[in-house]
Ligand binder design. Structure first.
Ligand SMILES: [Zn+2]
Length: 564
């Protein structure tokens, strides 16, 4: 069987084989390690706040937070409120120790799966596990956490043609020889293994069956192996077979779902909930984070057919509207109460869609932090003072049982943002009310305006979350008219936001009216000849356009559907 060449460009193995330079041995080793760690710092996407707030929730009932080993031993007796905390140490063993410390301080235990093909594992040794790896693992285990093996056995087989069951046995034995009680593994999602059409946990009969499996890559036969039972390795579980129906993971540097959703499902007894983090994604060392990147836009699934929609069915409670919008949304509803009947309006205003989406990964500033940087007390205009704080509100993210999502284009069109260099969250700030300009610029990096494309992507993410929390409910999108607000003339492309979203979000209804039909109100409220406000009739026309496009079908119990 031919030896398969190590894949060129493959990060971890390239690092293992990195040649020493002509420098004195100690300093070159240090240099390579520093370079390595700096690379990790350049790719962080998750901020410390997001983990702290998770920990805050979990520490309320530490007895419900389990290691994988504990969960496996409970078997079917596991509570649906249980949380299984898991960390796959793909690239960053230092951060694994930081996680372990944070958890231990909160009285929590979790499982750390260490990757035997990672760059750090045998860093500059003749083949044995590196001292820095063992030190870190001993520290983690001494805090009461479980150490497991992050299984990349087929990944190894692909590089040297060995039998992956033998690789696995060797790796488990070696860790045990250092005093770790290894009873479980978690399959590493190695890209080459995936390319070979396999998953690392197929080395086990429980996942791979009893028949021999041929390992092939690019049409070349690499090796053939026969899966063996977990018990054959002295193992009790494979993590993917032991994960709850609920899954919160920082896959690809982003939560797969918002923590608000995962935790609220668990509250309803729909767990157990497995929480998986990859330490390398997290910024925990106090170093600056890179600028945040927008999510990839994926079209949202369509909802149920019109005939089976429940819509707003319960006459005894008010219509519940969640709004990530500004005065356009608020006035549209408040000035046309006869269209909505009784309603409840839950809003997050004066923020941008990315602030809300980023909240899941990096958290948000507190009012105290806002006060530290901005002299809010010196802002004379009452509403401006209030806006300064309400940009930090994230009320809409936790709402359940809403009937309608309302969005408008103002926030993303209007606000330029600053990103906190270390914590990763963003805010907008009036430059003339900074307490200490030098401090502000030291702590924040300007990230400017959102582009229209990024705004589309963040809106899709936000709608996806609202629908996960509330079911497939319709979206009423309004365009904030800027015909009487010249300050935003150069942002007029945001007039297309509603139409762009309407194309990719099923059951989003864009209430568009022509500028010629606008009836301005409160003229001069935004400077001479300037206003962002319109009459009730103008907003009513916008809503009517959305109703005619199909929104009315969703609102059978309100006057929204019975217009004159
Ligand atoms: Zn992994």
């Amino acid at each position: 069987m031919g030896r398969v060449r190590a894949r060129a460009g493959r990060y971890k193995r390239r690092l293992l084989r990195q040649p020493m330079t002509g420098r004195p041995k100690g300093s070159s080793r240090r240099f390579a390690l520093d370079t390595k760690l700096a690379e990790l710092d350049d790719s962080r996407t998750m901020g410390p706040r997001a983990f702290e707030s998770l920990i805050e929730v979990l520490r309320a009932s530490p007895e419900e937070v389990l290691t994988h080993r504990e969960a496996a031993r409970r078997g079917r007796a596991i509570s649906p409120r249980a949380v299984i905390l898991r960390h796959d140490i793909d690239l960053d063993i230092d951060n694994a120790v930081r996680f372990a410390t944070l958890e231990a301080a909160a009285g929590l235990k979790s499982t750390y799966f260490v990757l035997h093909t990672a760059w750090y594992y045998r860093w500059k040794t003749a083949g044995e596990i590196a001292p820095m790896t063992l030190d870190a693992l001993h520290k983690i285990a001494s805090m009461g956490h479980e150490i497991g093996l992050h299984n990349d056995a087929i990944g190894v087989a692909l590089t040297d043609g060995s039998d992956p069951t033998e690789v696995l046995r060797r790796e488990v034995e070696e860790l045990r020889s250092h005093g770790f009680e290894i009873v479980g593994t978690a399959a590493h999602g190695d890209s080459e293994v995936i390319r070979a059409g396999l998953v690392n946990n197929r080395v086990f009969t429980e996942r791979g069956g009893k028949d021999p499996i041929a390992v092939e890559l690019d049409g070349r036969h690499v090796t053939t192996f026969t899966p063996l039972p977990l018990a054959d390795f002295g193992l009790e579980y494979e993590a993917y077979s032991r994960s709850g129906p609920l899954y919160l993971a920082d896959s690809g540097g982003r939560w797969n779902v918002f923590p608000e959703w995962a935790l609220s499902q668990r509250e309803q007894g729909k767990g157990p909930l497995t929480i998986l983090t990859h330490p390398e994604a997290w910024s925990l060392s106090g170093k600056p984070m890179p600028a945040r990147r927008p999510p990839v836009v994926k079209p949202l699934p369509s909802g149920p057919p019109a005939a089976t929609r429940i819509g707003f069915g319960d006459k005894d409670r008010p219509l519940r509207v969640i709004a990530r919008g500004d005065c356009c949304s608020r006035r549209a509803v408040a000035m046309n109460p006869e269209m909505f009947g009784s309603f409840e309006y839950i809003k997050d205003e004066k923020s941008r869609s990315d602030f809300a989406v980023d909240h899941a990964a990096v958290g948000s500033p507190s009012h105290i932090e806002m006060m530290r940087y901005v002299a809010v007390d010196r802002i004379n205009n009452m509403s401006h003072r209030y806006y300064q704080f309400c940009q930090t509100d994230r009320n809409t993210l936790a709402v359940r049982n809403a009937d309608l999502i309302m969005l408008d284009s103002y926030g993303d069109m209007n606000f330029q943002a600053w990103q906190h260099r270390v914590l990763g969250w963003k805010l907008w700030a009036p430059m003339s009310f900074l307490r200490d300009s030098e401090q502000f610029h030291a702590d924040f990096e300007s990230v400017g305006y959102l582009s229209l494309d990024d705004s589309v992507a963040y809106h899709v993410k936000l709608i996806e979350h609202y629908r996960r929390m509330n079911g497939h409910i319709p979206v009423l999108f309004l365009k904030q008219p800027i015909a009487y607000y010249s300050k935003l003339d150069d942002r007029s492309e945001f007039g297309e936001l509603g139409a762009r979203l309407e194309e990719i979000v099923p059951d989003l209804y864009y209430g568009f009216i022509d500028d010629a039909d606008l009836e301005p109100a409160d003229m001069d409220s935004s400077g001479p000849g300037q206003t962002l406000h319109f009459t009730a009739k103008t907003y009513r026309q916008m809503i009517e356009v959305a109703l005619e496009k199909g929104l009315a079908e969703w609102m059978p119990q309100t006057t929204l559907s019975s217009r004159d």
